[in-house]
Design a protein. Structure first.
Length: 126
């Protein structure tokens, strides 16, 4: 899968709260489909459909352990998504700095206006 396709699949998989919860559970260690289905009010086949989406995105893999097929978290797609998001961190930091500067400028003007309104005609303040 190409890098952009993998990124698209990762974000599509992460868009669902059930799939995010499954990934959070797998971050604690391997689990069977039955174990993953326990906290949800849905059937094992429904959980299996979510797992297929996660597998297509490369976020989950299934192993073989005798009769068990434990699911495990695969971190690489998450690292790639994090790296993609980090590219925008500089943009947002710069935007917030410009906003801070504008707010400082507005506050300085407000303080100057307020000080001017509280002056007496003889030039004294009070």
């Amino acid at each position: 899968m190409a890098s952009t396709e993998l990124l698209d699949a990762t974000f599509a998989a992460l868009a669902d709260p059930t799939r995010r919860a499954i990934l959070a559970r797998l971050a604690a260690g391997e689990a069977s489909v039955t174990e993953l289905a326990e906290p949800f009010a849905m059937s094992q086949p429904a959980i299996s459909k979510h797992l297929k989406v996660l597998e297509r995105a490369g976020l989950v893999s299934r192993g073989r352990d005798a009769q068990r097929r434990p699911c495990r978290l695969e971190a690489r797609p998450l690292r790639e998504a994090t790296a993609w998001l980090a590219d925008y961190r500089g943009y947002w930091a710069e935007s917030y700095q410009r906003l801070d500067a504008l707010l400082d400028e507005i506050q300085a003007v407000d303080q100057t206006d307020t000080a001017g309104r509280h002056s007496h005609p003889d030039g004294s303040r009070g």
